[in-house]
Structures are given as structure tokens and as C-alpha cells.
Design a protein around this ligand. Structure first.
Ligand SMILES: [Zn+2]
Ligand SMILES: [Zn+2]
Ligand SMILES: [Zn+2]
Length: 329
């Protein structure tokens, strides 16, 4: 049993408890479960995008050991001053290519565009569920980034809460807009283009640059130069242009460090109930979608990513009991 608990001192939601999943099954599988012909070894397909030959090029299905469960109500309840709720959400896997030994960056741009189309399709679909406030799209490439299966894939996680880093971005971009009536991200992009010292690449209506205060070496942010708050509004032509730039940026990053996280930051689900301090109706003006590429290197692996949900398999009740039972000397 796993549940979400809120830390009242930071307002962070933490997942506490065991997934109770079939963790032993992964080792028992023969070969790679993400390769064509092994579809029966994963949960059933939710959506797929075929190539010209009719066979799937991109495939999405529910994660085998989801941290979040689709069924049920949020059942938010109090325990004294504390708040808890059920781990309602969705966790999906997107296999990015039928080829086993390649990376997203090495795929042809048309195939990368298909992966982006799948992200768009799944975000739109999951946002029809008003219980979900946010759909996170992220990719962990390489062992340092925590990827266990080498076959190129990414994750979608729909949650009833907004991830911490995104919430900070939303609050500060709204603050900037309230003060200046300008989008913070448009201002950043304009300055990066003007200064040029942190610019990595510019293509069509897209800009890639190293952020002013990067958390990781070779961290790159990709923005549309023209203001837009939702990634999922992009049409096929825009996704095709993004695929070309993304490929180029990821190839550069891979040469420096093969292990990286990629995170898509788009607007929250505007159909869900708003949260304190963030007005959904101002999102079209004050938020600006983007992609962050966060390389991992050995020296910094002890640091964790801010936007991740902390998943703690040991409840504090168990921990306290065990610590009490553990002699101190
Ligand atoms: Zn494979
Ligand atoms: Zn903007
Ligand atoms: Zn961001």
C-alpha cells in the first residue's frame, strides 16, 4: 500500500509505502520487453504510432509497477494537522523506437517527431481527467540517470499535485507577469538571444541555451521563441521543427555525457481545480512551455532532481519502530 502524504513545513507531497509490485518479474523475462514481438510481456498498448510500413514506431502502455494508480477517488483526508491522499494518477511508458540498441538522439528526425506526437496525444488524453493537475513527461537515459532498461523509452506521470519545481516556475512566472505584464520566459529568451554567450543553437522558431544558473554541467533549455504556454497545442509541422532541434541538442549533450534526464515543462491541466496562488486563467500569458535537458555525471549523482517525487518505501511509522529497536550503542 502506498499513499501520498504532505509535509506541512514545505507543502511537498511524498509517496510513502511499498508499491507491492512484481519487482521480481523483470529479471525473469527473456530478452528485452520493449522490443517488437515482446508486446505481450508489457501491459496492453494504450496508443501506438506506425511508420510507413504499418508496424509501430512508438508505443505507449501503462507502467508495470506504477507508483500511481488510475482507479479510485483522491480521498483526501486529515490526520490531526497532517494531510494525506490516495496515490491516484497514471504512469505510462513510451517506447521511442522498435530498435533495441539506439538512443532518441540517434533516431531520424521523423521518428523523433513521432515520439513528440505521442507525448502530445497522451497529454491531451490524460488532461481529460480532471483529477489530474499535471502530466509530467520525462526521460532518464543511462544508468546514472536511473534507467534500468537500455531500450530507448520515456515516462508520462499524471498526478493530482503539481511537481515542486514546476510549481515554483508557475509562481515566479506569475509574479513576474503581475509586476511587468510580460512573460518571464519571453524575457529570458530575448536576453539569451541578444547576449548570445549561452546560446547553443537557434533553429526556425526555437532557441536552445545553457541557463544562467544551471544545476548540472551542460544543462540545456529549449524554448519556442514565440510565446506559447502549452506544448500539446503544437501542430505536426511545429513538432517536426522541434524534433530537428532536439536531435541536434541531444547529440551534442550525448557527446559530453551519455547519461541525462530530459523533462518537458508544459502548463498544468486547466480543466482541473486550480491551486492556491496560481490562477489557471493567467497561464496563457505568464507560462511558456519548454524542455530541460539535465545531464548527469558521476560527481553530482548524489544530488537529486528537484522535480522528482520522493518515493520512500519505508513509512515513518516503520522507520521509527525500527530505529527504536536498533541499539544506539
Ligand atoms: Zn529492446
Ligand atoms: Zn513567453
Ligand atoms: Zn522548467
Amino acid at each position: 500500500m502506498i499513499e501520498m502524504r504532505q509535509d506541512p513545513t514545505t507543502r511537498n507531497w511524498v509517496l510513502v509505502g511499498h508499491t507491492g509490485g512484481d519487482s521480481g518479474q523483470k529479471e525473469a523475462l527473456d530478452g528485452c520487453p520493449f522490443c517488437p514481438g515482446h508486446e505481450a510481456e508489457t501491459p496492453p498498448t494504450l496508443a501506438s504510432i506506425p511508420g510507413p510500413d504499418g508496424a509501430w514506431r512508438v508505443r505507449a502502455f501503462p507502467d508495470r509497477m506504477p507508483v500511481f494508480q488510475v482507479e479510485g477517488e483522491l480521498a483526501r483526508e486529515a490526520e490531526g494537522l497532517y494531510d494525506r491522499m490516495r496515490n491516484v494518477g497514471a504512469h505510462e511508458v513510451v517506447v521511442e523506437t522498435p530498435e533495441h540498441a539506439t538512443t532518441l538522439a540517434r533516431l531520424p528526425a521523423e521518428d523523433i517527431a513521432r515520439v513528440l506526437q505521442m507525448f502530445r496525444q497522451r497529454i491531451r488524453d490524460l488532461n481529460n481527467d480532471v483529477r489530474f493537475r499535471y502530466v509530467q513527461v520525462f526521460k532518464n537515459q543511462g544508468l546514472l540517470a536511473g534507467s534500468l532498461i537500455p531500450h530507448a523509452h520515456s515516462h508520462l506521470v499524471a498526478t493530482p499535485v503539481i511537481p515542486r519545481r514546476l510549481e515554483a516556475e508557475l509562481r515566479w512566472s506569475k509574479y513576474h507577469y503581475d509586476l511587468k505584464e510580460r512573460c518571464l520566459y519571453c524575457d529570458i529568451v530575448r536576453q539569451e538571444v541578444e547576449q548570445g554567450t549561452r546560446l547553443v543553437e537557434r533553429q526556425a522558431d526555437l532557441v536552445a541555451f545553457c541557463p544562467f544558473a544551471p544545476r548540472f554541467a551542460y544543462e540545456v533549455w529549449i524554448f519556442p521563441a514565440i510565446h506559447a504556454h502549452r506544448f500539446e497545442d503544437l501542430d505536426d509541422a511545429a513538432l517536426a521543427r522541434l524534433a530537428v532541434l532536439l536531435k541536434s541538442v541531444l547529440l551534442r549533450v550525448e557527446r559530453r555525457t551519455p547519461d541525462y534526464h530530459m523533462v518537458l515543462h508544459t502548463a498544468p491541466n486547466e480543466k482541473s481545480p486550480p491551486i492556491w496562488g496560481i490562477a489557471w486563467e493567467s497561464l496563457p500569458h505568464d507560462f511558456h512551455w519548454h524542455i530541460e535537458v539535465l545531464p548527469r555525471q558521476v560527481e553530482v549523482t548524489r544530488l537529486h532532481r528537484e522535480e522528482e517525487f520522493y518515493v520512500n518505501p519505508v513509512t515513518p511509522e516503520q522507520a521509527a519502530r525500527q530505529l527504536r529497536d536498533t541499539p544506539a550503542g
